[in-house]
Design a protein around this ligand. Structure first.
Ligand code: BGC
Length: 742
């Protein structure tokens, strides 16, 4: 391979590339244009002759999954020096929650409710990915996810449009930096447009049916926010949305994304999703699939070759207008200019920070600390103190597994950089506490219980047992969905047996989704939900267990009691017969032969309580907080005014801690019924023990808008309720009115 020059760093550019792009387009043949619209898979560190020839002939616009920097630089050299027009390549890769330094899974990061944590994680991922020449990642995944059976909930930022929009845009900012052409910035991608998270029964790739009003009010807002935040690219979903698969959905891609939102970034298909239009039964063959996707405006095809194989004949037959193709290619070329690739397509790792450096690891640890959610803490079992215990049993299949703690979608993360919980606990306690370790189960799924007795014996002779259970990384993520979301395998049996010892038990749960924990809760003292915490999961969790750090994460998604409650999310509609404590009846309490309409008659299940196991926004601390003195700057606002909401937040416990204060509203009457609560603002506030701070939020009419029956975005005058508190059950409440425009 030839040497490349890295001397020149990327130069600043003016934002407008229209002229250079149109000049370049004017020189391109149809075949070169179609080439730009094709993304092909890399060859894992090699460049076969036909691959090099295709680049030389201008038949490839982007390469996905090549992470060997020498190979990437050589690909760029061939593209820029040996092809007729010297157009550089987009180099794409799924960098989802870190490149080599792995951060918590996105759902875990979302539990930090911290845009700073998310932005920093994405920045570090971008810096590290840039060292091998990646200039485009396929993140953030901002599909609203309300079904924990769906494996991809792990990659999501949770169930709420506002939280997801806020964190999703922070991630875009982290990846893209201030400018795309700055060293260490990479293009990001809002995916999967749209509605993919609503796959029926939580089965990946399955049908999605979402009424337009719900689509606009719930599923589209994070995408609109990403577009407004300048996300460089969008990805079409695999799914069939209301009968029209996204990759051929002109209404979604053209009418909404391009026309309504005025988005002019690059739109890429998902892997083979254009070819799959025929598998869906939406098109007859590859040629028709290419036609539908081009017509919908999908600029670049990922993996499958339908554009390469059929576009030229579709143009020749007059089925596709070349002006339409030019627009699509222009968007691809514009991104290449924006990234500074025409000035310097090469990568010099030396110009970038080292991968997995100390600062990156510290940030990953901070993210993991802020992502863990304390769900239960009976008798203040946590934090542990080395002064009070002589022995500690560390038990479970995930206690010492540096690979599994990384979670799903980690193409480039390496176990060697992980620090496990067992390692970190041993380091923390030193010689002060005897650590008794037993894996107990070979993995989370096994039915083999041979090692359990030994583990139970260890727990019995220890002062406290810390149990690391959950799901291996492969049990969540793409195509890894579950119909039963209890702890898999014999882990519940392990917990039941350990509980019999009487030793206090702390369960640290690592999982890619909310699990149903009803049977766990009864048997253990404390539960720390750690998701898959990434490379630094061990030290982060050890700090939390021993009180060097205080849990502050809050659930970005509702935890159901049982799978039968799904979908279960806090922002549900009120309905005509809402359930309440007064109307709720459990089937065990129904007298025999009770008359049909004598009791119940409200929206609930007979065999489980109507509330979730843990509500959205919930998370405990080692401290406690009180919310008082709620005040509104006005009882009424008009469309031009701002409402200021203040309350007093006090740390009434005895340790310093962060609290995430949350503001919810309810629009009491709407031309389209409104959710019982909607998150509108949140703030992470640090409070010393005993400290009190005034927390203030601002809302204006814009924050009260929703898509009405005519799919128009409006705020409707009338009465609103508002709550401030530490989770979606917040009870400190006030009313205000939005006045009609005169
Ligand atoms: C996933 C995308 C991903 C793409 C490229 C697909 O299977 O749905 O999210 O970006 O593969 O790896």
């Amino acid at each position: 391979m030839s040497a490349v020059s890295c001397a020149k760093s990327k130069q600043q550019h003016s934002a407008n590339y229209d002229l250079v792009v149109s000049q370049l387009l004017a020189q391109m043949t149809i075949s070169e244009k179609i080439g730009q619209m094709s993304q092909v898979n890399g060859a894992e560190g090699s460049i076969p002759d036909d691959f090099a020839a295709a680049i030389r002939d201008g038949k490839i616009g982007s390469v996905i999954n090549e992470v060997d920097v020498t190979t990437v630089n050589e690909l760029q050299r061939i593209a820029t020096k040996e092809s007729r027009l010297g157009i550089p390549l987009l180099i794409g890769r799924d960098v989802i929650h870190g490149f080599k330094t792995i951060f918590p899974i996105p759902l875990g990061q979302a539990a930090s409710w911290s845009p700073d944590v998310i932005e920093q994680g994405a920045r570090i991922a971008a810096l590290e990915a840039s060292t091998v020449g990646i200039n485009w990642t396929f993140a953030p995944m901002i599909d609203i996810s309300r079904d924990p059976r769906w494996g991809r909930i792990a990659e999501s930022l949770g169930e709420d449009p506002y939280l997801c929009s806020t964190l999703g845009t922070a991630m875009v900012k982290g990846f893209q930096g201030n400018k795309l052409n700055e060293l260490g910035s990479i293009a990001s991608c809002a995916k999967h447009f749209a509605g993919y998270g609503a796959s029926e029964s939580g089965r990946d790739y399955h049908t999605v049916n979402i009424p337009e009003n719900e689509l606009r009010n719930v599923y589209l807002p994070p995408f609109k926010a990403a577009a407004e935040a300048g996300v460089a690219t969008f990805m079409a979903a695999f799914s069939d949305l209301n009968g029209v698969p996204a990759s051929g959905n002109k209404w979604l891609m053209n009418d909404i994304l391009r026309d309504e939102w005025d988005y002019n970034g690059l739109l890429v298909s998902d892997w083979d999703s254009i070819k799959q239009l025929s598998t869906h039964g939406f098109t007859e063959d590859d040629k028709q699939a290419a036609l539908m996707a081009i017509d919908a405006g999908i600029d670049m095809e990922m993996a499958s070759p339908t554009y390469r194989d059929h576009s030229e004949s579709l143009i020749a037959e007059g089925k596709i207008d070349i002006a339409h193709i030019d627009q699509m290619v222009a968007r691809i070329l514009t991104l290449k200019y924006q990234l500074g690739l025409f000035e310097n397509p090469y990568t010099c790792a030396e110009q970038l920070p080292n991968i997995v450096n100390e600062q990156h690891l510290n940030s990953a640890k901070d993210a993991a600390i802020k992502s863990c959610v304390l769900l239960q803490n009976h008798n203040n079992t946590l934090p542990l103190s080395t002064a009070n215990i002589n022995s500690l049993a560390v038990i479970g299949p995930l206690a010492d597994d540096g690979y599994e703690q990384l979670g799903t979608w980690v193409f480039d993360g390496e176990e060697q950089h992980s620090q496990t919980c067992l390692q970190a606990i041993k380091k923390h306690v030193g010689d002060d506490v005897l650590v008794n370790y037993a894996k107990a189960l070979d993995n989370t799924r096994t039915d083999n219980i041979e090692q359990i007795n030994d583990a139970v014996a260890l727990a019995a002779k220890s002062d406290v047992a810390v149990l690391f259970v959950g799901e291996e990384a492969i049990l969540s993520g793409e195509a890894h969905c579950r119909s039963n979301i209890d702890l898999p395998g014999k882990q519940q049996y392990l917990i039941d047996e350990l509980a019999k010892t009487g030793t206090p038990i702390i369960a640290v749960i690592m999982a890619g989704r909310p699990l149903t924990l009803a049977k766990v809760i009864e048997k253990v003292d404390s539960i720390l939900y750690a998701w898959h915490p990434g490379s630094m999961g061990g030290p982060a969790i050890a700090d939390l267990l021993f009180g060097n750090a205080v849990p502050s994460g809050k659930l970005p998604v509702t935890f159901p009691r049982t799978v039968g409650q799904i979908p279960l999310y806090y922002a549900q509609k009120h309905g005509g017969r809402p359930v309440s404590d007064d109307s709720y009846v459990h089937m065990n309490d129904i007298p025999m032969r009770a008359p049909q309409t004598s009791l119940g008659m409200s929206a609930s299940h007979l065999d489980t309580h109507f509330t979730p196991q843990f509500p959205f926004g919930f998370g405990l601390s080692y401290s406690k907080f009180s919310y008082t003195d709620l005040e509104l700057s006005a009882a009424e606002i008009n469309f031009n005014q701002t409402l200021t909401i203040t309350c007093q937040l006090t740390n009434i416990g005895d340790v310093a801690s962060d609290e995430i204060a949350q503001l919810y509203i309810r629009d009491l009457v709407g031309s389209v019924t409104r959710p019982v609560k909607e998150l509108k603002r949140f703030k992470r506030v640090h409070l010393l023990a005993g400290e009190s701070k005034q927390v203030s939020f601002e809302l204006c009419a814009q924050d009260l808008t929703f898509y009405d029956r005519d799919m128009k975005l409006n705020a409707e005058p009338g009465k609103f309720q508002l709550w401030v508190g530490g989770d979606s059950n917040a009870s400190l409440c006030a009313d205000f009115h939005l006045l009609a425009n005169n």
